[in-house]
Design a protein around this ligand. Structure first.
Ligand code: CA
Length: 420
């Protein structure tokens, strides 16, 4: 598919992350107006709530955009998702008769504040990157036993917390927690010293599923509204002590940062790729009916307090062993329903090479091999005031589908977390 040219000039540059082919959904506020719905087009945001109020974007009798989230559109189903994009393309296409009416509803991206684009109702995090699972397993158990015996059969996950999902730009405070190092005789309660990132993609459930009814991989793909970048902040020292036998708990409870723009599934359609070849056959309910991953280039930048940014990782979403629809289908096997606004973390997206590892735990190999930044300083894990930036984009024929940035700065731990 070629670039769809828009009368919003900045949208037509090959490097702009938000061409008319993208139209990602976000929630923004400006001056003293309350947060409401918008889409990014070029380096502008188009006020979707106003479009609806003015009668330029109607998808039924009930308003869908008079609230600070995209949940109502998501719940209204794929036919409306398609119409939503069709109408916006009609309004924004080069030569559109609507340009004069729509132009006053554009705002410079630089002038608006971005909020969570949807109400996150539940959050599940998976562990579906083959290279990540192998790397972490090797560090803890040696290469022979790196992958747990179930790993090639099950997209492994745990139920996380929706309440700690925050939008890009939110500061992340270094957590306190219970920590017991390998040489300690007793656990202590202290600030985490091995605070880390996880480079992931988040899939957002638009259409709910019925309680008690598992969904197929095909149905699961149809339920997904779109994708965001996701940084699953992780306290490795807290995790190492607490994780057996039920998996991570407080180590993952500080924050999960997502990018402010939901890239709709339709925008990613030209970039579909298959999951890697199976090492052992899957049980049939997990088979992929067609390519369900996407070719999305990903990178992580680390910016120290007063320094320039170093790109510490470059990888691609196609490295995942399980796709989001497979994870979502597996999630429903025992009867749990999925809801509009459910968020599924992919698991850390590491590639096969050292430079493509998606966490500092892997990049510094458990802290034993520090990495050097551009300014000559070294890192094993995150230091106070480090800013971490996740970026993602797919290259089309003369255009880029970008996700925007997923940013967080780590601030120092509280002096005394229980001080009144
Ligand atoms: Ca994770």
């Amino acid at each position: 598919m070629p670039l769809l040219r828009s009368w919003v000039d900045s949208a037509n540059s090959a490097s702009c992350p938000f061409p008319l082919n993208n139209l990602p959904c976000g929630v923004f506020s400006k001056d003293d107006r309350a947060p409401h719905c918008g889409v990014a087009i070029g380096y502008k945001v188009l006020d979707v709530t106003a479009l609806e109020a003015f009668g330029l974007l109607r998808l039924g009798e009930i308003p869908l955009f008079d609230k600070p989230s995209y949940n109502a559109l998501m719940a209204s189903g794929p036919e409306n998702w398609r119409k939503f994009r069709e109408i916006l393309v009609d309004l924004l296409l080069e030569g559109s008769k609507w340009a004069l009416a729509v132009r006053p509803l554009l705002h410079d991206l630089a002038d608006v504040r971005l909020h969570l684009p949807f109400q996150v109702v539940e959050y599940t995090d998976f562990y579906a990157g083959r290279h990540h699972a192998f790397n972490v397993g090797t560090m803890f158990r040696g290469p022979e036993n790196a992958l747990p015996p179930n790993w090639l059969h099950i997209p492994i996950g745990y139920n996380g917390r929706a309440s700690s999902v925050v939008v890009s730009g939110t500061e992340v405070r270094r957590p306190w927690g219970q920590i017991k190092g390998p040489n300690d005789s007793e656990p202590k309660f202290a600030p985490s010293e091995r605070f880390d990132i996880e480079l992931e993609l988040g899939a957002i459930v638009g259409l709910p599923s019925e309680y008690g009814r598992p969904v197929s991989v095909e149905q699961a793909d149809a339920m997904i509204f779109g994708y965001v970048l996701l940084n699953d902040w992780s306290a490795r020292d807290i995790q190492a002590w607490e994780y057996q036998p039920l998996g991570p708990f407080q180590a993952k409870a500080t924050a999960t940062t997502i990018s402010p723009w939901i890239v709709m599934k339709a925008a990613l359609e030209p970039f579909r790729v298959s999951t890697p070849e199976r090492e052992v056959p899957l049980l049939s309910y997990l088979n992929e009916p067609r390519p369900l991953l996407y070719n999305i280039d990903l990178e992580v930048g680390l910016r120290p307090k007063d320094g320039g940014e170093s790109v510490i990782s470059r990888t691609n979403y196609r490295e995942m062993y399980y796709s989001a629809p497979q994870q979502l289908a597996h999630h429903t096997t025992c009867g749990c329903s999925m809801r509009t606004g459910d968020l599924l973390g992919s698991g850390t997206i590491s590639g096969p090479t050292k430079e493509s590892r998606g966490s500092l735990l892997e990049l510094s190999w458990g802290g034993r091999e520090p990495i050097e930044l551009q300014d000559g300083t070294i890192r094993t894990f995150i230091e106070d005031y480090d800013t971490l930036v996740l970026r993602g984009s797919s290259q089309g024929d003369g255009f880029t589908i970008g996700f925007g940035e997923c940013i967080g700065t780590v601030t120092p731990a509280l002096n005394d977390p229980y001080a009144s």
